[in-house]
Ligand binder design. Structure first.
Ligand SMILES: [Zn+2]
Length: 476
């Protein structure tokens, strides 16, 4: 609701929409005896449900020929002990709804992960539209807490089914992982707003990482089946479906993909930022058009050509992704020296091994002319992202990554291999381009310490070839 109101304000300039959104955000955590509202709301919902059932029974009695169409299945998620109880506690304390504390005191991500992301998006939009009073500092703290202690290596958010939300610090079990597709999208929206407010590369870096590994993972290759929750380890029983009882994710994915072009560049009076390397043409609205040709996620070559005729003096800020190895940057064929790059921001270590704080920006301030061409080459070394020892079910193990992609082992590619006890020989890993498999992709091949051949595919492409087992984490 807050996001909708703020967008309506941006379109119309009608002040009451902004004020109402601010009121909703500021009222968080200020409702006395919130648990009573929860009980009342629950009682009302049960009463409505009973009313629907009565009417359905009456209709059925009057129309004996009518048979109810079968309802789609619930999404499948293995549950840790006390998961239901934790949902009740979360609801009654208000944490499930982020109603446990005023917004500026919410420095730790709790509760339903999609709701959390939407609330943070709205708060960030409020900051961008002028409201402040300590909001950015609180959001930055919440973001750092999430990234360092409550996020899966895929960028997936929400460790608990039932609650559909955050667990305790380091409670990131790969099999219980809820990591709803919508939670990744909500975080994507939040990170875009943070990018606009701060211009910091770490937010755009997380947006990219979650786009590939947490959001696109939800969509089947054919675009006609999806995953609601995205576990990082599956012993079987998980399959993409055309529809679930709760069908929020597919439409959320569709609108995000339709909007994706908006996340690539931004600008102010004298600086243009390139946040994402996705092929396309970006009209900067000042006379310049950027023609972008990108090899990502499979290859690290990007070419940006300046077209049109805009102001000649402009600083161009490029994100150097956290995952990039050596980076070579050329303007019209002449190398821009790497020591001109500012150092990466320091950040606390992350439990999941993916660290957006390693991302940085390169700033090129010069006179531009139509036809100028910028080429960037990011090397994409294969990396082993080690999981903090405290993580249940995967502590001390590694996730294999290359470029912006997290990889996994799926049983269909690795017959006879015990996926859940396998140890990879890191030096054996090599990239293999396969133009046919899974629509064309880069897979990783290697050996286990027991001498078995291993094939890793991008995590976002798993569960497209029938029932299977899968793991993101291996020994190594
Ligand atoms: Zn959803």
């Amino acid at each position: 609701m807050e996001i909708a109101l703020l967008r309506l304000y941006e379109v119309t300039g009608h002040r009451p929409y902004l004020d109402l959104a601010r009121q909703f955000v500021e009222n968080r955590g200020r409702i006395p005896h919130f648990w009573l509202s929860v009980l009342r709301q629950n009682a009302s919902m049960q009463a409505r449900r009973r009313a629907v059932e009565r009417q359905r029974a009456a209709y059925q009695a009057a129309h004996p020929e009518y048979t109810q169409p079968p309802l789609p299945p619930e999404n499948f998620a293995p549950r840790p002990p006390f998961s239901r109880l934790r949902w009740y506690l979360g609801a009654l304390t208000g944490k499930y709804f982020q109603q446990h504390a005023p917004i500026r005191q919410q420095r730790v991500p709790v509760g339903h992960a999609v709701r959390f992301g939407y609330l943070m998006t709205a708060a960030a939009m409020l900051c961008r539209l002028g409201a402040d009073g300590g909001l950015p500092t609180a959001m930055e703290a919440a973001w750092e807490h999430m990234v360092t202690q409550r996020m899966y290596v895929t960028g997936g958010l929400g460790a608990l089914p039932d609650l559909e939300g955050f667990g305790r610090d380091y409670e990131l079990h790969p099999e219980y992982a809820y990591a709803e597709t919508c939670a990744a999208l909500a975080s994507l929206f939040w990170n875009w707003q943070m990018t606009l407010i701060t211009g910091e590369a770490r937010y755009a870096d997380l947006l990219e990482w979650q786009l590939y590994n947490a959001a696109l993972a939800g969509m089947g290759l054919n675009g006609d089946a999806y995953l609601y929750n995205n576990p990082l380890l599956c012993r079987g029983g998980v399959e993409r479906r055309a529809w679930y009882a709760v069908p929020c994710c597919p439409s959320n994915l569709s609108r995000t993909l339709a909007w994706l072009g908006q996340y690539i560049c931004s600008r102010d009076a004298d600086t243009v930022w390139v946040h994402q390397y996705i092929s396309g043409r970006v009209d900067l609205g000042d006379g310049w058009v950027l023609d972008v040709e990108s090899g990502l996620p499979w290859q690290g070559q990007v070419r940006i050509r300046l077209e049109g005729n805009g102001p000649d003096r402009r600083a161009l800020c490029l994100r150097v992704p956290s995952w990039a190895g050596a980076t070579a940057l050329r303007v019209n064929g002449a190398e821009v020296p790497a020591d001109a790059l500012p150092p990466a921001a320091s950040a606390p270590p992350t439990a999941c091994g993916y660290d957006p704080g390693r991302a940085r920006s390169v700033r090129i301030d010069r006179r531009w002319a139509p036809g100028d061409e910028l080429t960037v080459e990011f090397s994409q070394p294969i990396r082993l992202l080690r999981q903090d020892r405290r993580l249940p079910g995967c502590g001390g193990r590694v996730a294999v990554a290359r470029g912006p992609l997290v990889y996994c082992l799926e049983s269909v590619d690795n017959p006879g291999v015990d996926l859940f006890n396998v140890e990879v020989v890191p030096e054996s890993l090599e990239t293999v381009h396969d133009a046919e498999e899974l629509g064309g992709m880069v897979m990783l091949r290697g050996m286990s310490v027991r001498g078995e051949r291993l094939t890793f595919i991008p995590y976002m492409l798993w569960a497209n070839r029938g029932p299977s087992q899968m793991t993101v984490f291996v020994g190594g």
